[in-house]
Every structure is written in C-alpha cells, then in structure tokens.
Design a protein around this ligand. Structure first.
Ligand SMILES: [Zn+2]
Length: 472
C-alpha cells in the first residue's frame, strides 16, 4: 500500500543514439513527412524520476542566463508558422555578460539583456539616448514587443556612419525574430518566423534500469518517452512488465532550424520488445485526416481500456478476495489493484466514459468513478485532487488526466486504489482481456502499407547498422 518508489541503482546501459543525418543511404526514407495533427499524442507531465542530466537540461531552459547554450530540443508544442524567411541569424553563443561588444562591423552593436534592464538602459549601454528608445516605441504600435525583454535576450543595433540607428533586431525564440527599421516616417516594426525543416530521427535503447532512465540515455526526450508509453500502453503494462533487456526503436519527427532542433513532432513508428515479445506501432493519418497508431499489419493499437491508469507506478497490492487490511488489521477482500507512485503523479481515465462521481467517498477519500458503456465501471481512490474540468456528471476521454496520486481516506501512503467492474461485479483489472478497437479500413489498407513498410524497414536497417558499428 504505502512505500516510496524504489530507486534503481545507477546502471549504464548500452544504449545508442543515431541521428537521422547519419546514413546517406537512408536519407530518402528520412524525408517521410506526415501532417502533424495531434490526435493520439497524450501530453501528460508525469513526475518521473528525473535523474538524468539530459532531462534536467530541458527542465532548466527557462533559466536563460545563456542564450542558446543548449542543443536540447525544445519541448513546447510547435508554434504556428506565419511566413517563411531565410533566417540568417547566427546561432552563435551569446556572451552572458551584459557588456557592449563591438563586432567586426563598426556600425553593428549588440547587447545582452541582464537583470533589471529596460529598453532605455539597453539603449544607453550602446551609446544611444533613452529619448530615442521612447520615440521608437511610439512610432509603431507593435514596437512595444521590444519592451518584453527576457534575461539573456540579445538586441542588435545597426547604425549608419553618423551613428544614427537604422535597425534594431532581436531574436525572441528559436523561430521568431522582431525588428524595427528606419524609414521616412520613423521606424517600422516587423516580425519574422523561420520555417523549420522537418526530418525524422531514429533512436534505439535497451532497458537496463527504468524505462525513463534508459530512454533518456538513448536520447529520447521526456515527452517522447511519455508518448511511447501511451502508444504501447494497451499491450505493455509499464508498471509491472518492464524487464532489463527490453528494447525499443523509435522514429520520430524533428523540426530543425539552422541545424538546431526546435521541435519534436509525433512518433512516426516504434517497436518495443518486452520480455521477448515485440510490439510494433505506426502512426497513420487516414483520408479524413485523423491520426492513430496501428500495428505494422494494420490493427489498431487502441483498445477500449488502457492497461494501467498510472504510468511508471509500482503495484503495491494486488486484487485478492482475502488479505489483511493494513489499517483495519483484519481480513478483508481487496477488490482492486494499488499503484504506488509519488504524490501528484497524474492518473488517467482507463477508457472513455461518464463521470458518475468525482468527490469524497468514505475510506476511498477523493474518488472518481467512471461508467464506460453499459457494462464497465472503473474506480480511482485516495486521490490528492481532481484534474481541472473533471466533475460528477461530466465525461472523460481515454487517457485524460482525471486526478493525482494522493493518500486521502483510509490510506497509509501515496497510491492509487484502482477497481474494475464488469456488470456490477469486481474483477481483477490485471486479468482482463481488453476489448479491441477497429483495424485499418479495408479501402485504406494499401495506402497504410505504403507508409508503414518503409518505416519498419528503416528501423531494421538503422538498428542493424548501429549494432554493426558498435561491434567494430
Ligand atoms: Zn487498494
């Protein structure tokens, strides 16, 4: 019931990362691009053990005391592309010190925003008057975007031979730049968004300790690891089935600007070998534009229920008709499964359904009960709290976060008590055969195979190439 998640010893697995740029022969396949409508990708932020430095780097990106000091891909969903420009911005590392630098060109000056800076202090630092700063701000309504300064942001000034400001330019994100250019009337504002190149990347990993650690070492981001767990979540129980030696291959989409990864697209295909059994998944967007994951031969990955409502938790107590209750200290049936996980870990709805209860229920504490169709009901107890929008009488989607791990009610430590009922009878959720969803439509089968076969072939080739090169 209670218990802290056990910390695995720091093992160093033979994991491998191969960037898509690697093998020329595979480049033709590397350019496979799918529309990036976000259908199945469930972006939950699980509180995993964030022990790897790679994970921490992406967490700390806000610190911003170094501009573009990291090549870690940006986790945030990818911004809209308004117009394409050839972004000639240098991705050179900016000096963190707020010192004015005179670059090769004498009429070019740049300054890095430090704590407490305003546009007028920055103007003063490059020898321009703060009056000019206010004039510029008044000259175009959108110019005030230059007042939303972030520490570490670089401002570039172009001056003419008389020392007059002709252009002010700043890169505000990996993709966006803003500028003000002098014209006859004053200064005109413009904003440009670079169009990223889309390519696909391959990653292979072997599980040596936990999935999250092994994935991070293989170079798979936190969010893609979550996505992979969601994709295989119907077949693989990530809470109890993962074993040392399990393997995965993932091909995912990457958005790149100036050689720098600025966005991670969806997983295009993946393979997960769990205890010797291999599962495949291919993302397919049908003619109606809906994307979903299928096995390589076209069966849906989706089923009516996901295996476990909490990813990366540990089963602390199983379904049983008679066990000693840890608090009541007498023999009582345990009509559910307990998943121990840190407080605040998200809990997902096992399937689509109607919320019969989102509230307190005696010894269960904060509880959600969901009705799925006519025959099935699931119950989630001891929650710390409910997710936003989850309330009695409402409805939820499969995989939607409904609440967070806690220890409310009769409970000795943070865990989820999960029950599954079929026609009013409690059954062991771990023993259930899960109802299946529909396979690829017959009239889309050819198109599906045209997309899935090259992806499967590429995973074979990449893996073979990689294993060969690691033996050398
Ligand atoms: Zn329980």
């Amino acid at each position: 019931m209670t218990t802290e998640p056990s910390k695995a010893p720091p093992l160093y697995p033979k994991t491998h990362l191969l960037a898509a740029s690697g093998i020329a022969a595979l480049l033709s396949l590397a350019l496979l691009v799918f529309p990036s409508s976000d259908v199945e990708a469930k972006k939950t932020t699980l509180s995993l053990e964030l022990e790897s430095p790679a994970e921490q780097l992406t967490q700390d990106q806000d610190a911003a005391d170094a501009v573009q000091a990291t090549n870690e891909p940006v986790q945030s969903p990818f911004a809209q592309i308004e117009n394409s420009t050839d972004d000639t911005q240098q991705t050179a590392q900016a000096a963190p010190a707020p010192v004015v630098e005179e670059k090769k060109n004498p009429s070019h000056k740049e300054v890095v925003v430090a704590k407490g800076d305003t546009l007028s202090t920055l103007f003063q630092k490059v020898g321009l008057s703060s009056t000019l700063a206010s004039e510029i701000l008044a000259s175009d309504k959108q110019a005030k975007q230059f007042t939303r300064l972030k520490r570490g942001q670089k401002l570039e000034f172009e001056l003419d031979s008389d020392g007059q400001l002709t252009q002010l330019h700043s890169k505000i994100s990996d993709l966006d730049s803003i500028s003000l250019s002098k014209n006859a009337k004053g200064y005109a504002f413009s904003r440009t968004t670079a169009k990223p190149t889309v390519r696909s990347a391959y990653v292979h990993g072997v599980i040596n300790s936990s999935l999250s650690q092994s994935a991070a070492r293989a170079g798979l981001s936190h969010s893609l690891t979550m996505d992979m767990a969601s994709v295989f979540g119907y077949d693989v129980d990530f809470a109890q089935d993962i074993r040392q030696g399990d393997e995965f291959d993932v091909i995912y989409e990457q958005k790149v600007v100036n050689g720098k990864a600025v966005g991670i697209g969806p997983i295009l295909s993946a393979r997960f070998t769990n205890r010797g059994k291999t599962y495949t998944a291919v993302r397919y967007t049908n003619k109606q534009g809906n994307s979903s994951y299928y096995t390589a031969d076209g069966n849906s990955m989706r089923k009516a229920f996901i295996r476990t409502p909490v990813d990366f938790a540990r089963i602390s107590s199983r379904f049983s008709m008679g066990r000693k209750h840890p608090i009541l200290n007498k023999i009582r049936a345990h009509k559910g499964v307990d998943y121990a996980a840190p407080r605040g870990t998200p809990i997902k709805a096992a399937g689509d359904g109607k919320v019969l209860l989102a509230g307190r229920r005696g010894g269960y504490g904060n509880t959600v009960v969901i009705q799925h169709g006519n025959s099935y009901q699931t119950l989630y107890g001891h929650m710390q709290g409910f997710a936003k929008g989850v309330k009695t009488g409402g409805s939820v989607k499969q995989g939607q976060v409904i609440g967070y791990i806690g220890t409310t009610g009769l409970s000795t430590g943070p865990h989820l008590h999960y029950e599954f009922q079929v026609n009013g009878v409690h059954v062991d959720p771990l023993g259930q055969k899960l109802p299946m969803a529909d396979p690829i439509a017959r009239n889309e089968r050819t198109r599906f195979l045209q997309q899935s076969q090259p992806l499967m072939a590429r995973m074979d080739q990449e893996k073979a190439t990689m294993l060969a090169s690691s033996k050398r």
